[in-house]
Ligand binder design. Structure first.
Ligand SMILES: [Zn+2]
Length: 127
């Protein structure tokens, strides 16, 4: 059975489970010391200026998994999994990893496609 009202909670639970099962960042990239992610969202060509924020990753206990929810609260099944882009850069010991990811969610009952996208800059230091 599909219970629509449980959808969000169920997704959050699945994500939490995936994070718990993911390898630790400190195992995947032992020399990594600090990591910070600067995130900025766009809708189409428009920057959502007040959406910009910085996330400090706690390297010692963070999972090697980077999922950023869509900036739009109306968005269903959206969000940005930037794990492979970030991890590729970290394995190559890049101090700056930049990338962009388009959201593939849908908006509201009209099922129109979310035009949100995420730009990120990961800044890392290594031991
Ligand atoms: Zn979205």
């Amino acid at each position: 059975m599909f219970h629509r009202h449980n959808e969000g909670a169920e997704r959050m639970r699945q994500r939490k489970e995936a994070e718990d099962q993911a390898p630790r960042l400190s195992d995947s990239c032992p020399t990594l010391q600090t990591l910070r992610l600067q995130l900025r969202f766009r809708r189409g060509e428009t920057r959502i200026e007040d959406s910009a924020h910085v996330k400090i990753v706690v390297v010692a206990r963070a999972p090697a998994m980077f999922f950023v929810p869509c900036a739009d609260k109306e968005c269903r099944e959206g969000g940005h999994d930037i794990t492979s882009m970030v991890m590729d850069g970290l394995r190559r010991k890049q101090t700056t990893v930049t990338g962009e990811d388009a959201c593939h969610g849908t908006l509201g009952s009209a099922q129109s496609r979310c035009s949100g996208s995420l730009e990120f800059v990961a800044t890392a230091t290594y031991g």
